[in-house]
Design a binder for this molecule. Structure first.
Ligand SMILES: N[C@@H](CCC(=O)N[C@@H](CS)C(=O)NCC(=O)O)C(=O)O
Length: 247
């Protein structure tokens, strides 16, 4: 099995974590942003990573990859609740996180990476992407940055509201945990927990992340964000999920 990724993408981390949790063997095929299109379309997926290819299937969305892995996981490792009502709540929460929270975190992340060359350089070189992609990205960087800045709607008017989305989501997660439950939907880890933790990871910087944002190249504003969000109960929850379930 092959998981086509841009390794630092938080949607890819979501899929990778689900496959690791289900103990399914796969090889990660790392790519750089935009240059991944040849691989994803070539494999029969769409324009986004992650894409999982198996002998007879192409699974081209992180939510579908979780479901695919879950059907093959041992009962104790399953992330999709058995009970229909809890499953409905899990699906709804995961979708909402994917649609609103994930893009907000991505916009914030790229806004820093585009403004700080050493951070971007460190992120790219640590991917293990093919050398031709690193060379091409370097050569076309001004164009790639301009395209992605527009495609991701990164500007002074969008980054601050994205922080609002992140803070509101953290507050909402903290509210859900306020009654002392260990996980968002009760006493079992579900796809909603994994999704929140994987998508929130760039804002918190958990030590167990397989492709961490390199702290030594992170500007002070990123480090200040990590301090803020780690001190939040939802950030502490992310750190706990990584410490307990992502070793
Ligand atoms: N719904 C998709 C979203 C994945 C996604 O947005 N991936 C981004 C990377 S963070 C991507 O590949 N973007 C490339 C593009 O839109 O061309 C999933 O969960 O797999």
């Amino acid at each position: 099995m092959r998981l086509i990724t841009v390794p630092f993408s938080h949607y890819c981390e979501k899929a990778r974590w689900a496959l690791d949790r289900a103990r399914l063997p796969y090889v990660e095929a790392p790519h750089l942003p935009l240059l991944h299109w040849a691989a994803t379309f070539g494999a029969g997926g769409g324009r986004t990573v992650p894409v999982l290819t198996t002998e007879d299937e192409v699974v081209a969305d992180s939510t579908d990859i979780i479901r695919w892995a879950d059907r093959r996981a041992a009962a104790a490792d399953r992330l999709v609740p058995d009970d229909a009502r809890t499953r409905g709540a899990c699906d709804a929460l995961e979708d909402e996180l994917d649609e609103t929270f994930g893009p907000a975190v991505r916009r914030i992340g790229y806004s820093y990476a585009f403004a700080h060359d050493p951070l971007m350089r460190a992120l790219l070189t640590r991917t293990g992407a093919p050398r031709w992609q690193l060379a091409t990205f370097r050569l076309t960087y001004p164009l790639a940055r301009a395209y992605m800045t527009r495609a991701l709607a990164i500007d002074d008017h969008t980054v601050a509201p994205s922080y609002d989305v992140v803070r509101r989501t953290f507050d909402r997660v903290a509210d859900m945990l306020r009654d002392g439950r260990r996980y968002l939907l009760g006493d079992r880890m579900s796809a909603a927990d994994l999704t929140f933790a994987a998508l929130a990871a760039p804002m918190v910087g958990p030590a167990e992340h397989p492709f961490p944002v390199p702290a030594e190249h992170a500007p002070e504003a990123v480090q200040a964000g990590w301090r803020e969000f780690r001190a939040h109960p939802a950030g502490a929850f992310v750190l706990r999920l990584y410490a307990d379930h992502r070793r």
